[in-house]
Write a new protein. Structure first.
Length: 171
């Protein structure tokens, strides 16, 4: 017998992630059907990727949280609306009201600390839009020649191009 696990042709990880995100949808849908009020001491921390496709948040929040953001649904939220793909909710940030639209696929964590319940999801990197960045200025022929020259100098000084990193080990 082989100790190696064969590669699966069935995407089990994706199926499980989708099913667990459906748990979040059912919980939020239950709150919506209950009039938008959380029962007992329940409250939710929901973390999501702000750059994921379909996420709609105000620009000032996107600038403040360019990668990931956690919201809390507890006392002051309104207009919770849930569908098969995600949810919308109104919240305030520094006394400024905002409406957020978050697809379930963008969620990376869901926690209800009142009952010590939490789910963590793998970020679907293939669904993420590439982050905008400045144009690189190191791809010109001159820059390539400069890199080659500096690497040759570094290698010539000690005969190698190996970098040693010492993390402060006690000797």
């Amino acid at each position: 017998m082989s100790d190696e696990t064969p590669d699966s042709l069935i995407p089990y990880d994706e199926i499980v992630q989708e099913a667990l995100r459906a748990v979040v949808g059912r919980v939020l849908g239950s709150v919506e059907r209950g009039g938008g009020t959380l029962p007992g001491d329940h409250h939710f921390y929901i973390t999501f990727k702000t750059a994921a496709p379909g996420v709609q948040i105000p620009q000032h929040l996107r600038e403040r949280f360019p990668d990931e953001m956690t919201i809390v649904l507890q006392n002051k939220f309104w207009d919770l609306a849930v569908d098969d793909h995600g949810f919308e909710v109104g919240l305030t940030f520094n006394q400024i009201p905002a409406k957020l639209s978050i697809p379930f696929a963008a969620i990376t964590a869901f926690v209800d600390p009142a009952v010590d319940f939490g789910l963590q999801f793998q970020a679907a990197v293939t669904d993420m839009e590439p982050t905008a960045h400045e144009v690189a200025e190191n791809d010109t022929p001159e820059a390539a020649a400069e890199r080659a020259d500096s690497q040759a100098v570094a290698s010539a000084e000690d005969g190698s191009n190996v970098v040693t990193v010492d993390f402060g080990r006690k000797k």
